[in-house]
Design a protein around this ligand. Structure first.
Ligand SMILES: Nc1ncnc2c1ncn2[C@@H]1O[C@H](COP(=O)(O)OP(=O)(O)O)[C@@H](O)[C@H]1O
Ligand SMILES: [Mg+2]
Length: 282
């Protein structure tokens, strides 16, 4: 009773008092307009990343790609970053991975899951979606920790991933396929990309969808993105074929400068794989 009187009294004094939770900065209107779409940065995600001290305010939606939508937010001071990108994945059932089986191959043996858990994971779309997020988050963490040119991952949920925003101010870096380079810069970008492929393989990682679409060009350097389908070269039965496809696809962008010849790409991949198997990469 005493408590109720107190509450009434406080409400009389502060009639517009809000619950403490909503005192935090609210996302601007744009975020609400986005709510209807499945890959929106909805209030639940914004709350989560606020709570984890990853983001300040939502700024805008950057790109709606084939598998995900990427949103731009202010970075929370604790991240040391002015801006943070949040990638929200499309529903697993709509994902258009070319051959899901290819990507699942080799992942399952080395996950220390009981068979029953495995079947559960495979039968539940939201678990599968969480699985892609984990692969991308884990791979970015591994590679970024080694100093490879990938965005620094910050946090994730079952359907989204927060990472460093690659761009100038709020302008996202262009994809490699959208920039026009002179021959010298193209040759440098090519070598950086191939060096990254080699260093990734040295830690048993194959991107699995590498191309000038999944490479950004920022401050004169390449930054590789989009890792949910990355595979572990130790366990994947088609490792060499996937590596070859990555090298052929990535190098095809450089064909106009005489660097992307398919046979040469295949030979590069063969040689790289041989050195990998011989444990000559480091
Ligand atoms: N960290 C980032 N910083 C800036 N832009 C990004 C970042 N991550 C993704 N993007 C932009 O969002 C687009 C889609 O992201 P991506 O990870 O390739 O997802 P999708 O699976 O939809 O291709 C990219 O082509 C790029 O333009
Ligand atoms: Mg992509």
């Amino acid at each position: 009773m005493g408590c109720c009187i107190k509450t009434v009294a406080i409400n009389l004094i502060f009639p517009f008092r809000q619950p403490l939770r909503s005192v935090r900065i609210r996302p601007i209107q744009h975020a609400r307009a986005q709510r209807e779409t499945e890959t929106a940065l909805n209030d639940e995600l914004i709350d989560y990343y606020h709570g984890e001290a990853i983001i300040g305010e939502y700024i805008t939606t950057l790109k709606s790609g084939k598998e995900a939508t990427v949103h731009l937010c202010e970075g929370h001071p604790s991240t040391g970053l002015p801006f943070v990108a949040i990638k929200v994945y499309k529903d697993i059932e709509r994902r258009s991975f070319r051959a899901m089986g290819t990507y699942l191959d080799g992942r399952l043996e080395h996950t220390i899951l009981k068979r029953r858990d495995l079947l559960h994971t495979l039968s539940d779309p939201s678990s599968m979606q969480g699985y892609w997020v984990e692969v991308e988050y884990g791979t970015l963490g591994l590679l970024h920790g080694l100093g490879l040119p990938v965005p620094r991952p910050l946090a994730r949920t079952g359907s989204s991933l927060a990472m460093a925003f690659i761009g100038d101010g709020t302008d996202p870096a262009p994809r490699l396929k959208d920039v026009s380079l002179d021959r010298d810069r193209a040759a440098i970008a090519h070598d950086e990309l191939m060096m990254a492929v080699e260093r990734m393989l040295a830690v048993d990682t194959i991107h699995g969808d590498l191309s000038a679409y999944n490479t950004l060009f920022h401050d004169g350097r390449v930054v590789i993105i989009d890792f949910p389908q990355a595979v572990d070269a130790r366990y994947h039965s088609q490792g060499e074929a996937m590596l070859t496809r990555d090298i052929v696809n990535a190098r095809s962008y450089f064909r106009r400068w005489g660097l992307g010849d398919q046979e040469e790409s295949e030979a590069l991949a063969r040689d790289l794989w041989r050195r990998y198997e011989a444990r000559e990469l480091y």
